[in-house]
Design a protein around this ligand. Structure first.
Ligand code: ASP
Ligand code: MG
Length: 426
């Protein structure tokens, strides 16, 4: 059995939905579990609905209507028969969202999951019916019957043991010669009380990896709008190159430092069962793409660049000029942990501790305020963080030419540099 994952960009319009069916046709009779994200930017659009609703704005209905009309247009083009069952199904989902919006808002994270999750329920429903129409036999699975999480809304933690039981009880029985394909949602799960949860933004890759791990799949393929894993984001770097292959370890490192191609949680469940991960272009499905697996030397051996903008560098020193020692560090770390702020880079010296974080309109001021209670705090915003894996000294020189470096750190394999915003990234 193979696991396929199609993200929002691969199901963004009529053409791309048709393209998904064309890709599936390349694997006739092959047992496939197909994990699909919400269409195009639906998750962002539903996020806006939630924000409006929770802040008491009356815009939520209008914002939801935008999501509705996007899907309505798509439905009309994919299903000329206006009486087709899929219309009722999709409409019912929107009615369910409206029910939520009619009630008094509850806690934001909870509401978020109850509403945003419909993006995936709707996309998979549309795709499943569309494939039916083409005679591609498939079964639609509500992944919330399979994946149990705790009730950390927006970042549900998977209960692996119980999820494994459920997945094994449900999915393999649906797959047979006449019906080789299961279509299901990425990104979502459910609590033991049957409330919907989400696994964190871009979490559909992770869903694919969880299912692959539990079902001991032969491989996972993530179908993307790029030819594979590139050594740099083509949005920011000219001459980005495709990596033929990567070790699990390198893939985890790249994802951890912020390469957006794979969700960071995806690799570990695959590595533990030695399941290869293919990243391939949905525009050129026959092309080789990138393979990530065990004992694969990353090839070609070129530096990989990860670029993050909107960084803040914070310097923290004790008010009594004492050294930054273990007790201070532990209290500093709790401030970050309590607010859920991820440290992108840290460095310690005798009297100060420096940290680079993503600027967040809500969390950054809170963090600084909290730290200021016990420390002297200085900070610098509007910075860029470059992480370079397999760097050469010359790579760093070229990158930082004529620019102010605020912090630099090098290990044998990885260099990280915090710099002032340039006119345009290298
Ligand atoms: N639709 C979700 C998101 O946009 C999950 C995913 O695409 O992986 O974050
Ligand atoms: Mg996505």
């Amino acid at each position: 059995m193979k696991i396929f994952k199609f993200g929002g960009a691969s199901v963004k319009d009529v053409e791309s939905v048709k393209n998904v069916s064309a890709i599936l046709k390349l694997f006739p009779g092959e047992p496939l579990v197909v994990v699909v994200s919400a269409m195009a930017k639906t998750t962002n659009a539903l996020e806006k609905v939630v924000k409006a609703y929770c802040s008491g704005s009356d815009e939520s209905a209008a914002l939801l209507n935008e999501v509705k009309s996007f899907h309505a247009q798509l439905l009309e083009q994919l299903f000329p028969d206006a009486n087709a069952e899929v219309y009722t199904k999709v409409n019912n989902y929107f009615v369910e969202i409206e029910w939520v919006l009619e009630e008094e808002p509850r806690e934001y994270d909870f509401v978020y999951d109850q509403i945003v999750s419909f993006g995936e329920l709707i996309s998979t429903t549309i795709i499943s019916y569309f494939l039916d129409g083409l005679g591609i036999a498939n079964r639609w699975v509500d992944i919330r019957d399979c994946l149990l999480t705790d009730n950390t809304y927006r970042e549900g933690k998977v209960n692996w043991e119980e999820s494994a039981k459920r997945v094994k009880a449900i999915i393999p029985d649906l797959i047979n010669e006449r019906n080789p394909i299961v279509i299901t949602q990425g990104f979502i799960g459910a609590t033991s009380e049957n409330y919907t949860t989400t696994l964190g933004r871009e979490g559909s890759d992770y869903t694919a990896a969880i299912l692959a791990h539990i079902l001991e799949a032969e491989s996972v393929t993530i179908w993307k709008d790029v030819p594979g894993v590139l050594n740099a984001d083509p949005k920011f770097f000219n001459d980005a190159q495709k990596l033929e292959q990567l070790s699990y370890h390198d893939a985890i490192e790249l994802a951890y430092y912020g390469a957006s191609v794979i969700h960071p949680k995806t690799i570990k469940p695959l590595e533990n069962k030695n399941i290869p991960l293919y990243v391939k272009s949905f525009l050129q499905p026959q092309a080789k793409g990138t393979v990530i697996g065990k004992d694969l030397q990353t090839k070609p051996q070129v530096p990989s660049f990860i670029f993050k903008s909107d960084q803040v560098l914070i310097s923290i020193a004790a008010k009594d000029f004492s050294f930054i020692a273990e007790e201070n560090l532990s209290s500093i770390f709790s401030c970050f942990a309590d607010l859920g702020v991820k440290m992108n880079l840290m460095q310690n010296s005798a009297i100060s501790f420096s940290v680079c974080i993503d600027d967040d309109a809500f969390k950054t001021p809170k963090l600084i305020e909290l730290l200021k209670k016990d420390y002297w705090v200085r900070y610098n915003a509007g910075l860029q963080l470059y992480t370079i894996r397999y760097y050469y000294p010359s790579t760093i020189e070229t990158l930082s030419q004529g620019r102010d470096i605020l912090l630099e750190q090098r290990s044998r394999t990885t260099a990280q540099i915090v710099m002032k915003e340039a006119e345009k990234p290298a």
